[in-house]
Structures are given as C-alpha cells and as structure tokens.
Design a protein around this ligand. Structure first.
Ligand SMILES: C=C(O[C@@H]1C=C(C(=O)O)C=C[C@H]1O)C(=O)O
Length: 128
C-alpha cells in the first residue's frame, strides 16, 4: 500500500485542530505502550525467578491449574473493564506460552526434565 487514499500523510493537509487531537491521543497511546512494555518486563522478571525455583526443585514448567484460575480471574477483570474477555484470555495464553518456553529452557539448562505435562501446551492450543 504505497500510494493509498488510506495513507493520511499522502492526502490533503489535516485540519490543525484534528491534527492536535490526533497528536494528543497518540501521546497517550505512546505512554500506555511504554507502561505495557515495562509491566511485561517486570512480569517476565518474576516468572524467570519462578522458573529457576521450579528447576531447582524439580517442579514441572507448566501449572495448568494455576493457569485456569488466572484465566477465570482475568476474564472477570476484563468484563468489568469493558475489555473483550476472549481477547484478554488470548493475550494471557500468549504470554503464558512464552513463560513456559522459558521455564523449559531453564530446566534444560539445569539438566532437568523438559516435560511440561499434557495441559502445558493448552496455553498454546487455546488461542495464542
Ligand atoms: C509462572 C508460573 O509458571 C507458568 C506460567 C504462568 C504465568 O505466566 O502466569 C502460570 C502458570 C504456569 O504454567 C507459575 O507456575 O506461577
């Protein structure tokens, strides 16, 4: 899509008031995106520690019962925040699948088992 009518920068100038509003909203989006990145980084720091703890004590990388509780809770939070619960569930499954990969790698490096259990891939299979 090189010269599309959908490309605002390629069409006629934008009304300055509209441009100002767009800029204001985009600043807010940029701040939110930065917060999401920082919060995810903190979450992964915590999950890496969980991964090391599990590897040290020969616990499996995935905990499907915990995942089920989290998904239930997150769907409820999403609903009360007017966010699509299905989207919230997909996002959490996507993140958890990555965490489990990290835990498997940590266990492998520690010389432990890589089996994460039948439901461990449930996070991946159910939409991530
Ligand atoms: C972080 C953990 O390990 C895995 C990852 C989870 C997560 O990212 O929230 C939840 C459950 C586990 O499958 C944990 O057991 O708490």
């Amino acid at each position: 899509m090189s010269t599309s009518e959908n490309d605002a920068s390629a069409s006629q100038p934008i009304d300055p008031a509209v441009q100002a509003e767009l800029n204001r909203l985009r600043e807010s989006i940029d701040n939110i995106d930065a917060a999401v990145v920082h919060m995810l980084a903190e979450r992964f720091k915590a999950t890496q520690q969980v991964g090391r703890l599990k590897a040290d004590h020969q616990l499996p990388p995935a905990d499907p019962a915990r995942e089920t509780r989290q998904i239930t809770r997150l769907r409820q939070l999403a609903q009360s925040a007017n966010l699509d619960p299905a989207f919230a569930e997909k996002l959490l499954n996507f993140i958890i699948a990555e965490v489990i990969r990290h835990h498997e790698r940590i266990a492998e490096e520690a010389g432990g088992t890589t089996t994460s259990g039948a439901q461990a891939s449930g996070a991946q299979a159910s939409g991530a």
